[in-house]
Design a binder for this molecule. Structure first.
Ligand code: TXA
Ligand code: MG
Length: 311
C-alpha cells in the first residue's frame, strides 16, 4: 500500500514498520525508540538475531549521540561520501544503542543516505534502523513492487520509484590501523584511494574466524533460479542467458538484457530487478554472461552474482 510522507512518519512515530526508499535499495524502517517495532523487523524478514541493523541518519551530527571516538580520517571520509551509499561501523557507547540493533556487538553501523524522501522522513522521525526490505536470502528490493512481492500488497510503502544504485551500500570499518571494506557495495574500493591515500582492502570472512560483517555469513541476493556463470559461449548452448546489449550470443539462447557492458551503473541498477524477473517467469536455470572487467563496481556486481549462484 503506497502511503504519503506524513503517514509514513506517523506510522513510524507510533511504533510501526514502513518500507522506505533509499538511493541503494528499499529499507524496512523502524524508529530506534520502539523495541517492538525493531523485533518485528527481524521476524518479518526472517532475519537471524545475530545479524545487526544499520542505523540511518539524516544529519551527521546525530552520530554524536552514539559515538564519542572517531578513527583517523573519519571526517575526511564523511565529508567525501555522506550523504551517500556508504555505511561506517564505529565503536559505540553500549548504553546508547539497544543490544538487539547491534546484535550484542560493541560497534554499530551508520549510514546517511542520499535520498530526498528518506531524509525528509528522518527529519520527522529521527534516526531509523533499516535493513534491506526483502525476505532474508532474497534479492534486495529496488522497486515498491518488490517490497509488495515479499511482504504483501497491504504493506505500507513510501513510494520513491526505482532505486538509482540498485546495490546495497559499501560497509567499512577501521581495524588493525587500517580502513577495510567488510561488505562490497555501490562504492568500489578505488573510490576511497584519493581520500585515504590507499585503497582499502576487501576483508573476506575466512573459515573459523568471526567475520567483521555478520551478514556476510548468510546466503544472500539469490533468485530461485540456478545461475550458471560463464565467459565462454558455444552454438550448442540452449536456454536463457542474462547478457549485454552490445555482445552477441549463440542463436538458441534467449537473452534477457541487463544493459550495456560499458556501463556498470546500469547493470548494478538492473541486477536484482532482473533476478526477480527470472523467478517471475519461473525460469529454473539461467546462464549469466560474466565477460566484464575485474575492477570498480564490476567487482561488486560479480560478487553479488557469485553469491546468488550459491544455492
Ligand atoms: O544500502 C544499504 O545498506 C541498505 C539500505 C536500506 O540502507 N541496507 C542494508 O541493510 O543493506 P542490511 O540489513 O540488509 O545489511 C546490513 C549489513 C549486514 O550484513 C550486517 O551484518 C552489517 O550490515 N552490519 C550491521 N551492523 C554491523 C556492525 N556493527 N558490525 C559489522 N557489520 C554490521
Ligand atoms: Mg540485506
Amino acid at each position: 500500500m503506497r502511503i504519503s510522507l506524513n503517514k509514513a512518519a506517523s506510522l513510524l512515530n507510533s511504533g510501526h514498520v514502513v518500507a522506505v526508499p533509499t538511493e541503494t535499495v528499499y529499507g524496512l524502517a523502524a524508529s530506534l525508540k520502539f523495541p517492538l517495532a525493531i523485533d518485528s523487523i527481524f521476524s518479518l524478514k526472517g532475519r537471524p538475531a545475530n545479524n545487526p541493523l544499520i542505523i540511518h541518519l539524516s544529519d551527521q551530527d546525530q552520530l554524536l549521540e552514539f559515538v564519542s571516538d572517531f578513527p583517523p580520517k573519519f571526517y575526511e571520509i564523511i565529508h567525501t561520501f555522506w550523504p551517500g551509499p556508504l555505511t561506517i561501523v564505529l565503536p559505540i557507547a553500549e548504553d546508547k544503542i539497544p543490544s538487539r540493533i547491534r546484535a550484542g556487538l560493541s560497534t554499530a553501523a551508520f549510514r546517511f543516505p542520499q535520498h530526498k524522501l528518506a531524509n525528509a522522513l528522518m527529519q520527522m522521525t529521527g534516526p531509523l534502523v533499516m535493513p534491506s526490505a526483502n525476505l532474508s536470502g532474497k534479492p534486495s528490493a529496488t522497486k515498491p513492487e518488490h517490497v509488495e512481492e515479499d511482504f504483501g500488497s497491504h504493506f505500507p510503502i513510501l513510494d520513491g520509484g526505482s532505486c538509482v544504485c540498485g546495490l546495497e551500500s559499501t560497509i567499512i570499518i577501521y581495524s588493525d590501523n587500517i580502513w577495510k571494506i567488510i561488505r562490497q557495495g555501490a562504492l568500489p574500493p578505488e573510490a576511497f584511494t584519493h581520500c585515504l591515500g590507499y585503497t582499502p582492502p576487501i576483508e573476506k570472512p575466512s573459515i573459523g574466524q568471526k567475520p567483521l560483517c555478520p551478514g556476510q555469513l548468510y546466503r544472500h541476493y539469490a533468485p530461485k533460479a540456478a545461475l550458471k556463470l560463464t565467459k565462454v559461449f558455444s552454438d550448442d548452448m540452449r536456454g536463457v542467458v542474462l547478457g549485454f546489449e552490445d555482445k552477441s550470443y549463440p542463436p538458441n539462447l534467449e537473452v534477457i538484457y541487463l544493459g550495456h557492458s560499458q556501463d556498470p551503473n546500469q547493470i548494478a541498477e538492473a541486477l536484482y530487478r532482473t533476478f526477480r524477473e527470472v523467478d517471475e517467469k519461473k525460469i529454473p536455470e539461467v546462464w549469466v554472461d560474466i565477460r566484464f572487467p575485474d575492477d570498480g563496481l564490476w567487482r561488486t556486481i560479480l560478487e553479488r552474482i557469485q553469491k546468488a549462484s550459491n544455492h
